[in-house]
Design a binder for this molecule. Structure first.
Ligand code: URA
Length: 283
């Protein structure tokens, strides 16, 4: 490049802008490190380390082939089914939240973990009677490892505080445990592989009421077949094991940030929720 050559500089700027646009189209939405991080390589190294640890020591003259690992690619229907079965097996035996967190830490059946920074498990009071379930962690949650800590989380906390709920008296998690790239919604395969863990999570918290926040959560957990504008404000029965838990559907706070006019309906939902809490003597 010749300094002072306007055309060259302009072409250079165009090339840089088009490279940037390409990255945005590929789902890159933030620069958080000075050097690129290959998360696929990191995930492969983690898998290898776990496989090495799990493999029994081989007798010196008889090399033992490593046990075949189940394929667990949520992107293919076969992989998703296999991964969901592996998840079911792993989640079933978890006797505590610590067990469940550990099982998720070593579960590689959900492809979201390959692009996420870390697991986003849950937050709040594990003894609570109220459990809130959102959709998927976003960028702030991915960075901090806690659900609903970004702007939409702050809005949700503020709204819940108006009906006397704080993270001291509710517990909060999501339908998937890793951030989908580019903050997209989790797809059905990703939800399916996380579902056994979510079910076990609910069983371990054992809430009296559920608040389902956002369309994915309502469709996925309550089986709603209509969109959130119709399902919000409705009660559903969520069956987990031998229990049926009443669950109220409401808008996602990110939607409320984009559509402030919907806050009125969200407020009505929270009053509906508060009424049921009072009926059950929960506050
Ligand atoms: N949105 C969600 O659904 N969950 C989070 O944890 C953050 C934002």
């Amino acid at each position: 490049m010749t300094v002072g050559d306007g055309n060259v500089l302009e072409n250079d700027a165009k090339a840089l802008i088009s490279a940037l646009e390409w990255q945005v189209a590929m789902g890159v939405d933030e620069a958080i490190a000075g050097i690129p991080v290959d998360r696929y390589a990191q995930a492969a190294a983690r898998r290898q380390a776990r496989a090495d640890q799990a493999r029994p020591a081989a007798p010196p003259q008889m090399p033992v082939a490593p046990a075949p690992r189940p394929r667990a690619d949520a992107d293919s229907p076969l992989g998703a089914a296999e991964a969901a079965a592996a998840g079911q097996k792993a989640a079933r035996y978890c006797k505590s939240l610590d067990d469940l967190r550990q099982a998720l830490e070593s579960f590689d059946g959900c492809s979201l973990r390959n692009t996420a920074t870390q697991l986003v498990f849950g937050d709040g009071n594990p003894q609570a009677d109220i459990m809130v379930i959102g959709e998927a962690p976003g960028a702030d949650e991915d960075r901090q490892g806690k659900p609903f800590v970004g702007v939409s989380g702050q809005l949700l906390d503020r709204m819940l505080s108006f009906i006397g709920l704080t993270r001291e008296n509710f517990y909060i998690t999501n339908t998937v445990y890793w951030r989908p790239p580019g903050n997209r919604k989790p797809n059905d395969g990703e939800f399916a592989v996380c579902r056994p863990f979510v079910d076990r999570h609910i069983e371990l918290i054992d809430p009296k009421l559920l608040l389902l926040v956002g369309d994915k959560s309502v469709r996925g957990l309550a089986g709603a077949t209509t969109g959130i504008t119709r399902s919000r404000g409705q009660w559903y029965d969520v069956k987990i094991g031998d229990k049926t838990i009443p669950a109220l559907a409401t808008f996602h706070p990110a939607y409320l940030l984009r559509t402030p006019a919907a806050k009125r309906q969200a407020w009505q939902d929270l009053l509906t929720f508060q009424r049921r809490m009072r009926e059950l003597g929960l506050n």
